[in-house]
Design a protein around this ligand. Structure first.
Ligand SMILES: O=C(O)CCC(=O)C(=O)O
Ligand SMILES: [Fe+2]
Length: 279
């Protein structure tokens, strides 16, 4: 009992410290380009913003795409036809220059910092191939990520994503806001699931399907999303989907131990492939 009270108090203290840090840092936020205000405002309001690589127009996009397709073609073929629950194939590409350079584009860092409201950490990049599945499990279940109080993921589709490729899907945070009935109903279901996630049927009872935002889009679609505030999942698919996931939080994040997966050896790392020097 005492321990529970102490832990609640320390949680409260840490939330207060967080609020104070936010208001102190507000004056130090980097300037945003005029066109990027739209992205930060949408993130604050809706928890997400969908655009495209073309619209973003960042200098390092061409080399990012080239590197991503090279790495995709080197991903070993997986023989998972007989497996009922097919896990995604994940490559950690954080150490490759083309990916880290894109993730550190000053315009992007400024968007992320203005959204998060504190000094930020860029944790890394996953290149991911997701396979068809018949039933919801893992990140196919609706969930919220827990690395920090605010998490910004930038997802880039590397191939066209229509409904049958299993788009990223989310519920705008205003529909599940703190102290609303929906918040408690979802929280209750998530707790019942051991925080693993809830399925479509369970969510339909709380949030009608017409309010779910499915992010279908052509190759090059870019999704900025706060995966802590927005309940989200990958939709069940009948066709493969390839995408990049860039991950940012405040520095330090609330749960640093959950962030190491974006750069450590949890997932496969591509060989640092040295091209022969032909000169
Ligand atoms: O695969 C997806 O679209 C969802 C991924 C997800 O849950 C995440 O990146 O946090
Ligand atoms: Fe997630």
């Amino acid at each position: 009992m005492i321990n529970k009270i102490l832990s609640k108090l320390s949680e409260l203290r840490s939330e207060l410290d967080y609020r104070v840090a936010l208001s102190k840092y507000a004056r130090k936020l980097p300037t945003l380009e005029e066109r990027d205000h739209l992205i930060v405002e949408a993130l604050k309001r809706d928890g997400a913003y969908v655009t495209s690589l073309e619209e973003l127009g960042l200098d390092s996009t061409n080399s990012l795409l080239q590197a991503a397709h090279t790495q995709l073609s080197r991903m070993s073929a997986v023989n998972n036809n007989h497996i009922a629950e097919k896990l995604p194939q994940i490559y950690t590409v954080t150490d490759l220059l083309e990916f880290s350079q894109w993730g550190r584009e000053p315009r992007l860092l400024s968007i992320v910092e203005n959204y998060i409201g504190l000094p930020i950490a860029f944790h890394g990049v996953h290149l991911r191939k997701d396979f068809p599945n018949k039933n919801q499990f893992g990140i196919l279940l609706w969930h919220k990520d827990s690395e920090d109080r605010r998490i910004l993921k930038i997802i880039i589709y590397l191939s066209d994503v229509e409904a049958h490729h299993g788009p990223f899907e989310y519920v705008p945070p205003p529909l599940t806001s703190l102290f609303s009935l929906n918040y408690y109903r979802i929280y209750h279901k998530l707790r019942q699931s051991g925080y693993l996630g809830i399925n479509n049927e369970q969510l339909k009872d709380i949030i009608p399907e017409k309010n779910w935002k499915s992010c279908v889009g052509a190759a090059g679609t870019v999704i900025f999303v706060d995966t802590k505030r927005a309940l989200h999942h990958g939709t069940l698919r009948t066709h493969d989907r390839s995408a990049l996931f860039f991950v940012y939080t405040a520095n330090p994040p609330k749960r640093p131990e959950l962030c190491t997966q974006y750069w450590d050896n949890t997932f496969a790392k591509p060989e640092l492939h040295l091209e022969p020097d032909l000169t």
